[in-house]
Design a protein around this ligand. Sequence first.
Ligand SMILES: *[C@@H]1O[C@H](CO)[C@@H](O)[C@H](O)[C@H]1NC(C)=O
Ligand SMILES: *[C@@H]1O[C@H](CO)[C@@H](O)[C@H](O)[C@H]1NC(C)=O
Ligand SMILES: *[C@@H]1O[C@H](CO)[C@@H](O)[C@H](O)[C@H]1NC(C)=O
Ligand SMILES: *[C@@H]1O[C@H](CO)[C@@H](O)[C@H](O)[C@H]1NC(C)=O
Ligand SMILES: *[C@@H]1O[C@H](CO)[C@@H](O)[C@H](O)[C@H]1NC(C)=O
Ligand SMILES: *[C@@H]1O[C@H](CO)[C@@H](O)[C@H](O)[C@H]1NC(C)=O
Length: 637
Amino acid sequence: MKAFEYNMERQIIGKSRKKLWFIVSASFLFWFLFLYFYSEFTVGKKPSTLLGNDFANSENDRESNSAHVPESSYELVTQLPDMGIQMNEETGDVRNDVGKTGPNSNRTRNLESAKNIFHAEDDGFESVDQMVVSVKELDPDDQTHPRDNEGQFVNELVSGSSENREESENEVAPKVDGDKRNPDLPKQSSTENQRGFDESDIDSCLGRYIYVQDLPRRFNEDLLKNCRSLSNWTDMCEFTSNLGLGPHLPNFVKVYSKTGWFGTNQFLLEVIFHNRMKQYGCLTKDPSMASAIFVPYYAGLDVARYLWGSNITMRDSGPLQLVKWLRGKPEWKKMWGRDHFLVAGRITWDFRRLTDGEFDWGSKLMLLPESKNMTILTIESSPWHNNDFAIPYPTYFHPSRDIEVFQWQNRMRRQKRRFLFSFAGAPRPNLQDSIRNEIIEQCRASRRKCKLLECVKGSNKCYKPVFVMKMFQSSVFCLQPPGDSYTRRSAFDSILAGCIPVFFHPGSAYVQYIWHLPKDHNKYSVLIPDFDIKKKNVSIERILHKFPRQKIRAMREEVIRLIPKLIYANPSSRLQNLDDAFDIAIKGVIERVSTIEREMREGKNSSFDYLEELTWKYNLLGTVEGEHEWDRFFARS
Ligand SMILES: *[C@@H]1O[C@H](CO)[C@@H](O)[C@H](O)[C@H]1NC(C)=O
Ligand SMILES: *[C@@H]1O[C@H](CO)[C@@H](O)[C@H](O)[C@H]1NC(C)=O
Ligand SMILES: *[C@@H]1O[C@H](CO)[C@@H](O)[C@H](O)[C@H]1NC(C)=O
Ligand SMILES: *[C@@H]1O[C@H](CO)[C@@H](O)[C@H](O)[C@H]1NC(C)=O
Ligand SMILES: *[C@@H]1O[C@H](CO)[C@@H](O)[C@H](O)[C@H]1NC(C)=O
Ligand SMILES: *[C@@H]1O[C@H](CO)[C@@H](O)[C@H](O)[C@H]1NC(C)=O
């Protein structure tokens, strides 16, 4: 440009060099200012988004600096010649010392002691390069950006795509089905608006801003730094790699897809959620603007260090320090913590110790007066308490792009399913009420129709996600009986595999994941009451056999349609238009907080104006009046 203009000037004007340079610099200045304002206009129009992204990027940098290097992975590989991947989770049961109607403190968690060993394809580094690659893929055709400045390129693309995202949310028509708990309309993409000129997106974050409380590092990052101390049996350092997703799962036997699969530990949700939050499009650094305040405390990782062999003082010290710290912040006073929320990535009974007896199970995090004012997200909530809400367990699938989800869904639609039903799990000989034995017996009796992956000592098949996922992908129905507690991760793994879940208790899903699952449970699952199994007068095979082909196809389609809502996207990027489990959880929290705020303003408290013990019913039906066929499931003697 310089040379061109120089020639032009000389031919046409033919004046002195000084003047020429003046013109050249002036034109440069003009172009500079033009580009500056142009980019300000397009990118900087939405200060909130920029703020959010800056925040996200700086946080990600911090994350990659403190990435955990799994030093031991090579040793482990040599110890384990078959190079399989083992999980300590018995195919998704939370091994817990919890009876069916509440905590039952003294059983040993023997399965947690199952040593788990990893061979990982990848060393677990989460690098900036990786992020650049994945963000680039958002817009492969874009040639207008200088390639020599990757950082800037990423920034611009991220804000571009986020505008696209917010904009498309605006375009979505109001929901017609009236089911507010289930916001499932797809966001439409609008590629022509990639650079975002639409005035309306100035306020698209209004009512959705989240402020992330700036906790001292001892409540989160220090726990990851000292990952060796998190468990005596599990190498949690492996699991904390890749922003909490764990090591990449190699696709040797084509059970997974090429990308997006990780050996994710079910107790890492706190870390995944926190990292997902860094990608949230409506973060604010101004707490007064926020609709909700996120408290990034790793409650489950904290308490797990002290669940075995420590005294209750140790277990409660983290929670007590946390609420003391929170109470001292100006943000607390605004709503007395009712706009605060946190994620406790273990089941609720690990945080609801019944007594202060030295041998009783868990901490009392959820019982503290401050916690009762907060919203606590957890993988299994209490049907009888109203401050905790269940959100999906993490599965092994963490896609970075929408297309990965669509491809997976299509594959699960086409999958050949040889078995009518299947079960992966262990019996519970110590639990009197357990229906596991009966289920295993029935599966064995239906030899051709049922596939059993029994978790017994000596067989490590059921600790390896590859066997479990393969079995679920070959089954029409997947049995999900309660284990030590109502819920299991396995239910989400089975949905991910397009296998229709069969529940035996409404506490296993229907009264739990009320933000994520459709209200009409018959659309996507089967309920066979555990009472009937115990009476030994029902045949699971006969019940499942009765479903007509057409009905099965419709149910499976519903299951497959649920997949995006139940998975946590890879926090190192973000999905373009799909809402994942994180997005839906955020909507749930914000809706709850705004209801509470409205009621506080109007001097009402109807949200809490029912017997707390009936929380399950209120959450399910919006009222606690009248009898319900599930009353007997939740009756407390
Ligand atoms: C739990 O175990 C301890 C020590 O083994 C024992 O003293 C206590 O009675 C047990 N508590 C229950 C509720 O079984
Ligand atoms: C690991 O074992 C030590 C010693 O027995 C114990 O003090 C510590 O609490 C245990 N840690 C966990 C996470 O269980
Ligand atoms: C609990 O355990 C900690 C660490 O082992 C110890 O310092 C403390 O004195 C114990 N507290 C009680 C009440 O036993
Ligand atoms: C919980 O909220 C109520 C108001 O809803 C307030 O009176 C109470 O002090 C709060 N508790 C704490 C510990 O802040
Ligand atoms: C099992 O027995 C109970 C009561 O005895 C009865 O209500 C139920 O219908 C029976 N189920 C089947 C499938 O026979
Ligand atoms: C709600 O308000 C009623 C009356 O105003 C009161 O009796 C009740 O205790 C309140 N409930 C809660 C949970 O604050």
